[in-house]
Design a protein around this ligand. Structure first.
Ligand SMILES: Cc1cc2nc3c(=O)[nH]c(=O)nc-3n(C[C@H](O)[C@H](O)[C@H](O)COP(=O)(O)O)c2cc1C
Length: 201
């Protein structure tokens, strides 16, 4: 992946969410990887999301609770590495080779949903490879797709055209700049090396 630091920085852009749906919730299954629950109840609206460091999960959870949607975490069959740098490398390889990693699970009863809130972070200036897998594995034609996307300060890249090529019913996205794991790691490592400006250590 050409490093996302090379991309022009964009500020926060937020397109307000508005939408239907209200239904009761029941916990169906916990995600083995994250400990977060997928909650599927037969609601007509689904919030499906992929996350690595949790930023997109916060948005997903907010939508889920505000609108009473079902909730589904998109996970690869084989988890990405725990550490950031190996994940960046693996994602770069996948992107450059157009790999579509297998999903751990597909959405059960997709036909029952009229609207899908679909969330993901920007990886390498585009949608993560697992989102391409997700789009290919699910027929979203005829559904209203409401994307929500977080990025580390470099904007959406070509992610919307990736979505549009698979799912015609796309509405204006909610887009938010959020913490970059790399920035957090750099700051913590600097502090651990005793070079922080607070004089610690
Ligand atoms: C592999 C990888 C690649 C990334 N590439 C970009 C990028 O191209 N542009 C950008 O603005 N942020 C990039 N980021 C930062 C994330 O998009 C941002 O931190 C996002 O909010 C993370 O969401 P999450 O916490 O839900 O995983 C990248 C992060 C990772 C892990």
């Amino acid at each position: 992946m050409s490093d996302h630091d090379n991309f022009p920085r964009r500020g926060l852009l937020a397109v307000l969410l508005a939408g239907p749906a209200i239904l009761t919730l029941r916990n169906k299954a916990a995600s083995a990887q994250s400990g977060q629950a997928s909650q599927l109840t037969g609601a007509k609206v689904l919030t499906a999301y992929f996350t690595r460091s949790g930023n997109t999960r916060v948005v997903a959870g907010t939508i889920h609770r505000a609108l009473g949607t079902d909730l589904f975490e998109i996970r690869p069959a084989q988890a990405y590495p725990e550490d950031y740098e190996p994940t960046v490398e693996e994602a770069k390889q996948e992107r450059d080779r157009a790999v579509e990693p297998p999903l751990a699970e597909r959405i059960p009863n997709l036909a029952g949903y009229e609207t899908v809130f679909l969330g993901f972070p920007i990886w390498g200036e585009t949608a993560p490879p697992i989102i391409r897998s997700f789009l290919k594995a699910h027929d979203l034609r005829g559904k209203t797709i409401r994307p929500f996307i977080t990025h580390g300060g470099y904007g959406l890249g070509n992610s919307l055209s990736v979505l549009a090529s698979h799912a015609p019913g796309i509405e204006a996205p909610f887009v938010m700049e959020a913490d970059q794991e790399r920035r957090t790691l750099d700051q913590v490592n600097k502090w651990l090396r005793g070079r922080d400006s607070s004089g610690a250590r």
